[in-house]
Design a protein around this ligand. Structure first.
Ligand code: NAI
Ligand code: MG
Length: 356
């Protein structure tokens, strides 16, 4: 059955980096991949065309397709818009609309980029970890919340950490399945010694683990996990955690690999539908200059093939092609170092196509 993909270029460098990923997709389709795609606007581009960052036109397409590939949204020309019309609201709206609760963020350090990391090459070279972060629950959404005044006149701020069993179960399932596709090693991060919410988290993850006897599970407190990520990051393969711990740990882990221009991400729902996008933003400072690194977007396409189109072979082909162009010494400006060849966004696309 043919798979349908929505392509949302977005703003800033979005259209430039998406164009390179689409060339890769075109090649796979020409070689027999059973998929088609259509474009829709999101963010500022959608505001310009439809007066809304997530217009009905885009909603209808995104609800129907199997997977979505997004560039990035936002830009200074939209900063004066009222909040509900800002590009970033389009992103939040689409995540909510499609219930994309499972955020997958790999942190991969290609051996060729070992000097890009701030950690010693021997500590990080070859790093390849996947953080699975719950994206629609936890203290970011829990009620009650707010700032109110106490009887004594002092103000108090409240946020509530909460997870239901079913929320833990569905993110756990995504994490175990991801671990099965990788090295069958999962570390669940919580603070079960202090927080009841995460005591339940640990209990449910332990319970789910019985359905995945081939995956070995460990549990780690979040403070120790932060330490271990810097001390010996290669001990991890897949990490699963809640929204707030995942927010912090995934940013921390992404920086182990040095460049934001290299990092893809996926946000999944229960039926395997996903939105795939680079971890970086729309980089208005370099937009329109053919300078952006398209590799995070091309690697996001690889994730799309793996997690929504269930085509591991095509995903690995793309990842290997990326490794090959790095080994050839080709670098966009963000990852440039002495002795390498500086290339533009589209030249990097040319090289990936050739390596495929
Ligand atoms: P940013 O990630 O767009 O840029 C940060 C720095 O990294 C800039 O110097 C930029 O040139 C560089 N950079 C980013 N991606 C690159 C690439 N592929 N190749 C080479 N260099 C790259 O973050 P910033 O500047 O904080 O935000 C800019 C806009 O993007 C804002 O409007 C923000 O709201 C939006 N944004 C959108 C996101 C999304 O669509 N998922 C995520 C983060 C920010
Ligand atoms: Mg963050």
């Amino acid at each position: 059955m043919s798979k349908h993909i929505a392509i949302l270029p977005g703003d800033g460098i979005g259209p430039e980096i998406i164009a390179q990923a689409v060339r890769v997709l075109d090649k796979l389709i020409a070689e027999g991949l059973d998929a088609d795609y259509q474009y829709a606007p999101l963010g500022g581009a959608a505001y310009d065309e439809y007066g809304h960052p997530y217009p009905e036109f885009t909603q209808n397409i995104c609800r129907q397709v199997d997977a979505i590939l997004l560039g990035a949204v936002g830009g200074p020309q939209y900063d004066k818009l009222e909040r509900p019309l800002r590009p970033e609201r389009g992103l939040l709206a689409i995540r909510k609309d499609l219930n994309l609760f499972g955020n997958l963020r790999p942190a991969i350090l290609y051996p060729e980029l070992a000097n890009a990391s701030t950690l010693k090459p021997e500590v990080v070279s070859g790093l390849n970890i996947l953080i699975v972060r719950e994206l629609t629950g936890d203290i970011y959404f829990g009620e009650p919340r707010g700032i109110h005044t106490l009887p004594n006149g002092e103000r108090e701020g409240i946020n509530t950490m909460r997870y239901s069993e079913s929320e833990i179960r569905r993110i756990g399932k995504i994490a175990f399945e991801a671990a099965q596709k990788r090295n069958k090693k999962l570390c669940s991060v919580d603070k079960a010694n202090v927080l009841e919410t995460t005591e339940l988290w640990r209990e449910i993850i332990t319970d789910i683990s019985r359905d995945y006897p081939d995956v070995s599970v460990t549990h780690m407190y979040v403070d120790n996990a932060a330490m271990q990520l810097v001390k010996a990051p290669k001990q991890f393969d897949v990490i699963v955690t809640g929204n707030i711990f995942g927010d912090i740990l995934s940013d921390q882990a992404s920086m182990l690999s040095g460049s934001i221009g290299m990092l893809p991400s996926a946000s999944l729902n229960e039926i395997g539908k996903g939105m795939y996008e680079p971890s970086h933003g729309s980089a208005p400072d370099i937009a329109g200059q053919n300078l952006a690194n398209p590799l995070a977007t091309i690697l996001s396409l690889a994730m799309l093939l793996r997690y929504s189109l269930y085509n591991e072979h095509a995903a690995q082909r793309i990842e290997q092609a990326v490794g090959k162009v790095l080994a050839q010494g080709l670098r966009t400006s963000d990852i440039f170092e002495e002795g390498c060849q500086r290339v533009s966004c589209s030249q990097m696309g040319d090289a990936v196509l050739a390596a495929l």
